[in-house]
Design a protein around this ligand. Structure first.
Ligand code: MN
Length: 259
């Protein structure tokens, strides 16, 4: 998870991420504040706003850019989840889904928006290749309640706004609370206007190698992805006003260290 902001972008251009490649993962982008335009090598061009989801499945390879819109608001706050694709699906064709509306439900006294997978019997239309859950939980008043969990899943919770105690832990901004499998409920007490992001899934049970923007299984796959990117084989991202990102030099020692 990459959690960015809340930040003031009043005086500058805001988010400016030049074209770069991904393999072997899905990116789920969710904003609390701001407007970001996504462009990719499939020809997608879509502005995402708070309450909407951008879901990009990299599979065997995609490139994209992310940029605050030209006349953007003063604030930027959001997050991007990287979901590792399991071995059987990690070479699927790339795709992009923009979901302007997501299912909402009340659970444990919280307003829940289901971004991915399902929570309390409510399923997101976002496509996924493994059993998982991603949901925003909002306390509309001071709230104390329990969220049902699948005990086969591991979970993470991140505080986006407000104050909350989750499973006995007072959440700090910028920290991720990890909860291993075996839980059937998640007790939460939160002050009004608190927003949390709950995510989880079945433990992958596969070795993962992550380097730069690539998720793979071996160093050879990473080296091939770097060569493909450097040779322009991911295809162009039209519309971004600037050059793409260069891949950093591939250091085999660092590569192993990222296991
Ligand atoms: Mn990216």
């Amino acid at each position: 998870m990459d959690h960015y902001g809340p930040a003031s972008v009043d005086a500058g251009p805001g988010m400016q991420v030049p074209p770069h490649p991904h393999i072997g993962l899905q990116t789920l982008t969710w904003l609390f504040e701001g407007e970001v335009i996504h462009r990719d090598s499939l020809g997608s061009e879509k502005v995402i706003r708070p309450g909407q989801l951008n879901l990009m499945t990299a599979g065997k390879g995609v490139a994209h850019s992310e940029q605050s819109v030209r006349h953007h608001g003063p604030r930027l706050h959001g997050l991007q989840l990287w979901v590792a694709l399991p071995d059987h699906s990690r070479r699927v064709d790339p795709s992009f889904q923009h979901l302007p509306e997501l299912p909402r439900t009340e659970v444990g006294g919280f307003q829940a928006t289901v971004l991915a997978g399902s929570l309390a019997g409510v399923a997101s239309p976002a496509r996924s290749w493994s059993e998982l859950v991603g949901a925003e939980l909002e306390a509309v008043g001071d709230t104390m309640g329990e969220i049902p969990l699948l005990p086969t899943h591991e979970h993470g919770v991140v505080l986006a706004q407000g104050h909350a105690v989750v499973a006995g832990t007072f959440l700090q901004p910028g920290r991720l609370l990890y909860l291993g499998p075996g839980r059937e409920v998640l007790p939460i007490s939160a002050r009004t206007t608190t927003r949390l992001l709950l995510f989880g899934g079945q433990p992958l049970g596969e070795p993962l190698l992550m380097w730069w923007n690539f998720v793979a299984r071996t160093g050879e796959e990473i080296a091939q992805a770097v060569a493909d990117w450097n040779a322009g084989r991911f295809g162009p991202v039209a519309g971004y006003p600037g050059p793409p990102l260069a891949a950093p030099a591939l250091d085999p020692v660092r590569l192993v260290a990222r296991f």
